[in-house]
Design a protein around this ligand. Sequence first.
Ligand code: KG4
Ligand code: ZN
Length: 338
Amino acid sequence: NKSTYILAIESSCDDTAAAILCNDKVLSNEVARQSIHEEYGGVVPELASRAHQQNIVPVIDVAIKKAGITKEQLSAIAFTQGPGLMGSLLVGSSFAKSMAMALEIPLIAVNHMHAHILAHFIDEEGFDKPEFPFLALTISGGHTQIVKVNSFFNMEIIGETTDDAVGEAFDKSAKILGLPYPGGPLIDKYAKLGNPKAYPFTKPKVDGLDFSFSGLKTQILYFVQKNVKENPNFIEEHLNDICASIQHIIIKILMEKVKMAVEQTGITQIAIGGGVSANSGIRSALKETEAKYGWKTFIPKFEYTTDNAAMIGIVGYHKYLENHFSTASVVSKARIEF
Ligand code: KG4
Ligand code: ZN
C-alpha cells in the first residue's frame, strides 16, 4: 500500500494555508490568518496579496516540519486555482509551480468550491464520509450553493445565491450593529442568549433553489435605523434578541431551500461546508432533520469548514489517483466554471 504525500496550498482569500496529507489522512494543517483586514471591516485585496507573499514560505515550512517528512518525499503539489481574489491566488499558484518544478513532481490545480465539498472525504476518526450521490450546502463569505454531488468530479450546482453570500449576510448585518469584521461568529455568540422570535424579519421571494440575501440586509438596516432613531441605545439594549432574530431568518431561508432540494432530487444525505457551517444554529437545525425527516447529515470537523489547505489536499489526492495533473502553464481564475 503506497503512501502518497501531497503538499496542499490555499491562498484564495485572506488566509495563507498549507497542509500535508498522506493518502486521505492529514499530517499537518497550518493557517496564517491575516488580522490586518479587521480595521477595514472587510478583506482588502492588495493587503491580502502582500500578506500571502510574506507568509507563504514560513507556513509551508512549518507544515512540512510538523508532518515529519522531508520535501523530497512529496508526491505532488496541489494548489487553489480559483475562485478567489486574483492577487491572492497568484501567490499560491506561482509558489506551487516553482516548487513542483524544482522537485520535479506533478502539479495539481484544485477548485476551492470542490474542496469545501470534498473535505468530507478526509479520513478523521468519528466523522463519517457521505455516499454518492449526496447534496452539499456550501455556505461561506464568498458562496452560497446547493450542489448535487454525483461522484468526486461530477457535481452540479442546483441552487445558488443571486446576490450576496450567506456569510456576507451575517457580516453585513453585524456591521450594521457596529460589530467588528467578520461578524458572523459574533452574531452566533449573541444569538445564543436571545429570543429568535423577538423581531420577525421576512424571507425574500426567490424562485426554485436559488437564494438572495441583499434584500434581507436592507431590511435589517432600515429596522435598526428606525429603532435607533426612537431609542439611541436600541442596539446595546437588545443586541442578543436582534442577533437571534437575524440568525433565525437566515437559518429558515437555508433550511427551506435544502428541504426543497431534497424533495426535488430524492437525495436525503446532506453535507455542509464553508465558514458559515461553523454556525451553531445552522448545525443544530440540520441535526434536527435526522430525527424529523430521516435525513443523514454530515458536518465536517471545525478546522475543515473555514478556508484551509487540508481540503485542497484531499482533492489533490483524489486527482493524483486519477493522474489528473496540470501543466506549468495553468492559470489562476478569479471565477471558475464548476
Ligand atoms: O469559508 P470561509 O472561512 O471563507 C470564505 O471562503 O468566504 O467563510 C468565512 C465566513 C465569514 O463570512 C464569517 O463571518 C462566517 O464564515 N462565519 C460564521 C461563523 N463562523 C464563520 N457565520 C456565522 N456563524 C458562525 N459561527
Ligand atoms: Zn472558502
